[in-house]
Design a protein around this ligand. Structure first.
Ligand SMILES: [Zn+2]
Length: 147
């Protein structure tokens, strides 16, 4: 091909004009390809923390939810009003913590699923937070009634 700038004829496969250094059309394609290869892992790396945080928080939510069951049991077995109030307080606190973690881990896992190459962590985080939400709702069903 001929150089657009200096008119020098050079090899079709060359990325640059050997005389003046202008990028050839072959060179432009090569650069575009290199950029594409470059940007893909960069996007994935940006999304990676979302997968990890989502997964970690879903484990926290699951832990808080399982603690809910033990606090509920302690509440049902408590013999005096003072103990019952303390257990009821912890139940409400844990419930709020568990559902706050559920919400955040769900959101982070969904972002992780879209933006990260660590999809296994994002999927695990998503599934675990759904399980934690269902367990939390089950726990509510076991709540003692006054009647
Ligand atoms: Zn040239």
């Amino acid at each position: 091909m001929f150089c657009f700038r200096c008119g020098n004829e050079f090899d079709d496969g060359a990325n640059f004009c050997p005389k003046c250094g202008l990028i050839s059309s072959t060179g432009k394609i090569a650069i575009a390809k290199a950029k594409k290869v470059d940007t893909k892992p960069r996007v994935s790396r940006v999304g990676r923390p979302f997968s990890y945080i989502g997964f970690g928080m879903s484990l926290g939510a699951l832990l808080a939810t399982s603690l809910l069951f033990s606090v509920l049991q302690a509440y049902q077995n408590s013999h005096n009003a003072a103990d019952a109030i303390i257990y009821a307080f912890w139940f409400i606190m844990l419930f709020i913590i568990a559902y706050a973690l559920d919400g955040v881990s769900l959101a982070f896992s969904i972002i992780g699923l879209k933006k990260s190459n660590k999809k296994a962590f994002a999927i695990a985080g998503f599934v675990i937070s759904i399980v934690a939400i269902v367990l939390g709702l089950l726990c509510i069903c076991f709540l003692p009634t006054n009647s």
